[in-house]
Design a protein around this ligand. Sequence first.
Ligand code: NAD
Length: 421
Amino acid sequence: MEQIKLILKDIPNLHKIEVYEANGGYSALRKALGMKPDEVTEEVKKSGLRGRGGAAFPTGMKWSFMPKDSRPKYLIVNADEGEPGTFKDRAIIEKNPHQLIEGALIAAYAIGAQTIYVYIRGEYVKWMRILQTAIDEAYERGYIGENILGSGFNVDIYIHRGAGAYICGEESALMESIEGKRGYPRVKPPFPAQYGLWGYPTTINNVETLANVPVIIEKGGEWYSKIGAPKHPGTILFGVSGHVNKPGIYELPTGVLLTDLIYKYAGGVRDNKKIKAVIPGGSSTPALRGDQIEGVTMDFDGLRNAGSMIGTGGVVVMDEDTDMVKVLWRIAKFYWHESCGQCTPCREGTGWMFKILDRIVKGEGRPEDLDLLVSVANNIEGNTICALGDAAAWPIKFGVQRFREDFERYIKFKSTVLVEK
Ligand code: NAD
């Protein structure tokens, strides 16, 4: 499959506004401002673009949920990239921040928002500064502010820094956080388009999602829809980490084979070892066994059919020596720590899952613990306000099923040394 670079282009110093402009930057904004807002949304619908934050919800459809009344409206750029194994949004901010800004401006115009908040992960200090510099440059050139490019459209962009809570990347907790409250997810519905920031209509889009928008407006939705997997078109910035020779971010059309991503692009597995497991889309997506990855395509349906999810496209490759019980122990610890505590099944269940895994890792596991783990996971799944509960339950539930022999060996030999070479 041919590599296409719509976002991470090979242009030096693209983060500078003059370089971005010299390469056609902000012409899509100009074009969009000459269209009716609904026509912009229609073009994005036609493109088939789906959200790149993890859930793959159709972007144009999300925009079309925004009411057309005269209330204040908001666009929030979700840059709270917190999913373990995920590091692509910061690459966009670093290499091509103006494409994100341009995409956000076009989105704000389409949905009628007068204010854009970029909610950025607190640890991303360097990237926050890069983005603020780019925003300042865009203000100076008249792309942000009042009467943008003489169109009569006004919008301001503010950066809001998170303070280290994973849950604040969940869209409704994020809005609570901007409002100055504790980051507790809200019950949905109402969805943000009906009741968003300060109760006003709001759209929340991920960084990578918005960075695709200028390309769609410039080249047309139809053109974009032909790239990659027909039901999930475009490119994805796959962040490959773990035991590969060339970890990094690879922008490739959706539908690329997982094995091509690992062997052709990421240089294969270190020391030519076999693959024990692959997390395909960040820690919320269940790991596939090494013998399950053949023929799997990296798109919504491809991953779902394989028994996982596309998620954020953060691929974690683990070789044959990996202790999967410890991997799942670590993941469980993360979700237990990050559970906001609002819903009982998640608050208690994540703690129980961690406690059980902890005793297994310490050599104190009991044979009945494996069914108990699955039972606790089943009682979290579907019983919480937000997706964190499911995200915590699935990796453990599928992990116990897919790597059961590893768990059984741990329990039987009461050993932390799992792999028999
Ligand atoms: P979701 O499916 O509930 O929602 C996705 C988006 O679609 C939201 O904006 C939501 O408002 C909208 N939506 C869904 N149904 C709707 C409806 N009926 N009407 C109107 N709008 C609707 O998923 P989510 O909780 O937003 O995201 C879950 C995913 O987030 C996980 O699968 C995981 O991959 C990912 N995630 C990403 C990160 C990261 O750092 N990028 C971190 C944690 C989790």
